[in-house]
Design a protein around this ligand. Structure first.
Ligand code: DGJ
Length: 374
């Protein structure tokens, strides 16, 4: 009798642990992604790295993202930028806060500022890890529209805040040879409505909001929503990656693209972004170009399946090339929960290429073996 009761208890325990593992992404035992589910780190705490990006270094991935807190203040920076590390992309170790908000009310990154969409790249010349993020000064809503830059000698930080900046003050866009004059900015022609915010911000510098970084060989680019979010700008970074060279283009002018994520595949540049509807989801959009300077071609919505017209409830943040796997790219998106931002979920999905077309299909559960045989 006693033996049977013990067996029943053991069986119940076994089945309940199994069903838990299937509704959340477990730490050391995880071998699958569960988009939209709680994703515990090595301490069993849901990963707190929203609007993030990933850098891969000698066998380890480092994920940087916004540390959110619970409740109404949760979308402003109360803590800083959180970093996690992983060798397999399923299990993540908490590496702590890589860039801390400042206690000095005069600092641009004082507690209560808005610090969003951090991305980190490595600069070989200086040996610095360079972090860029979208920065809004405390108490000013989304009106400052700045980029913040921080550096560290160690990938996990601590990062030292260097500066905040608008983009390319006083500079005109670069145009590839053959661009017709009618397509170029002309700030003395006030009938060109799509150039209005560009011309307004020519002197102080262009606005920076949702953003990403992209490294191509020894060049790096800052790609961001600008001009009151109407346009995306692609700006070349200088040799140490902490400023601009002054060379930049505007793309998809007047169309309100947010959340840009850029990657390169077989010599073609890809961008996935979203529309502009605050924290609410909308349809994703994708583009290709043969050169980073464009022209960029718009291809519509890459998502397929239920809720594809709402990016499955999420918004792009990054596209991660999987190390050591050919043609393997992960679409990373955030499912925002503005009433309780710390509960925001991660939608990671495999990208598939059908002919020339990029597709993102919903999956409740998947793993890296879906890239095998590509
Ligand atoms: C959408 C952006 O993509 C987010 O990063 C954030 O800035 C929200 N808008 C704020 O409403």
């Amino acid at each position: 009798m006693y033996k049977t009761i013990c067996q029943i208890i053991l069986l119940l325990l076994f089945t309940s642990t199994r069903s838990l593992a299937q509704t959340s992404q477990n730490d050391s035992t995880a071998t699958n992604f569960y988009p939209g589910k709680i994703w515990p780190d090595n301490n069993g705490v849901h990963i707190n790295a929203h609007g993030g990006g990933i850098i891969y270094e000698k066998g380890t991935y480092y994920w940087f993202g916004e540390h959110k807190i619970a409740g109404p203040k949760g979308n402003s920076a109360q803590v800083g930028i959180h970093c996690y590390s992983s060798k397999d992309l399923y299990s993540w170790r908490d590496q702590g806060i890589a860039l801390k908000v400042s206690d000095d009310p005069k600092s641009d990154i004082t507690r209560g500022a808005i610090i969003e969409r951090p991305k980190v790249i490595f600069n070989k010349r200086t040996g610095n890890y360079v972090m860029w993020f979208h920065l809004e000064l405390a108490g000013k809503g989304y009106g400052s529209a700045l980029a913040g830059v921080a550096v560290s000698k160690k990938v996990t930080g601590p990062y030292t805040f260097l500066k905040s900046t608008r983009a390319n003050a006083g500079k005109m866009p670069f145009y590839p040879m053959g661009t017709p004059e009618s397509e170029k900015v002309n700030c003395s022609d006030t009938t060109k409505k799509d150039d209005k915010f560009f011309c307004r911000d020519l002197k102080p510098g262009q606005m920076v909001r949702d953003m990403t970084l992209f490294v191509d060989g020894n060049k790096a680019y800052h790609i961001f929503s600008s001009e009151e979010n109407y346009t995306v700008q692609i700006a070349e970074l200088n040799d140490d990656y902490t400023g601009y060279t002054g060379k930049f283009v505007r793309m998809y002018i007047g169309q309100q693209t947010e959340a840009p994520a850029v990657f390169k595949r077989k010599g073609t540049y890809y961008m996935i972004g979203s529309g502009c509807t605050g924290w609410a989801p909308n349809a994703a959009r994708w583009f290709t170009a043969a050169s980073i300077w464009g022209p960029w071609t718009f291809h519509g919505n890459p998502c397929k399946g239920p809720e594809a017209n709402l990016t499955f409830g999420g918004q792009s943040t990054y596209v991660l090339p999987v190390a050591g796997k050919k043609d393997a790219f992960i679409f990373m998106a955030d499912k925002w929960t503005p009433k309780n931002p710390i509960d925001g979920r991660y939608l990671w999905l495999p990208i598939t290429f059908k002919g020339g077309n990029l597709q993102i299909e919903w999956k409740d559960k998947w793993n890296l073996s879906s890239f095998n045989g590509l």
